[in-house]
Design a protein around this ligand. Sequence first.
Ligand code: ZN
Length: 110
Amino acid sequence: MALSDEIKKKVQENLNKKLQEKGRTLSCSVCGNNNFILADGFTNDLLQDHFGGLVIGGPAIPEVVVVCSHCGHILKFSAGVLGLLPEKKEENPEEEKKDTTDNVEKNDKE
Ligand SMILES: [Zn+2]
C-alpha cells in the first residue's frame, strides 16, 4: 500500500492552496520546524457516541497524515475539507447524511 505520486501531488497542492487562502504556511506547533513529510497512506478517525469498545465500519473522518521531519509531531487533515474525497452521489436526497467534516468546514467560514 502506498500513495501514488499523483495523489501525493494533489494532497500537497490542495493543502498549500488552503494555507495560502489564509496567508499561512505550515510550521510545527511543537518545534517550529517548517519541513514536513506526507505519510504514505491515509487514515481514519473512528467516530463513536460512547467510550470504550471499538466499532469497526461506523462513521469516520478520512484524514491525510503529515509528520514534522524534525520532532515527529503528527498533524492530521480532513481529506474531505481538502477536497480529496470522490464526489458523493445523492441516491437518497431526502435522507440527509451529513459528513462531520462538512460541519467543520462551515464553522471555519467567516
Ligand atoms: Zn516539530
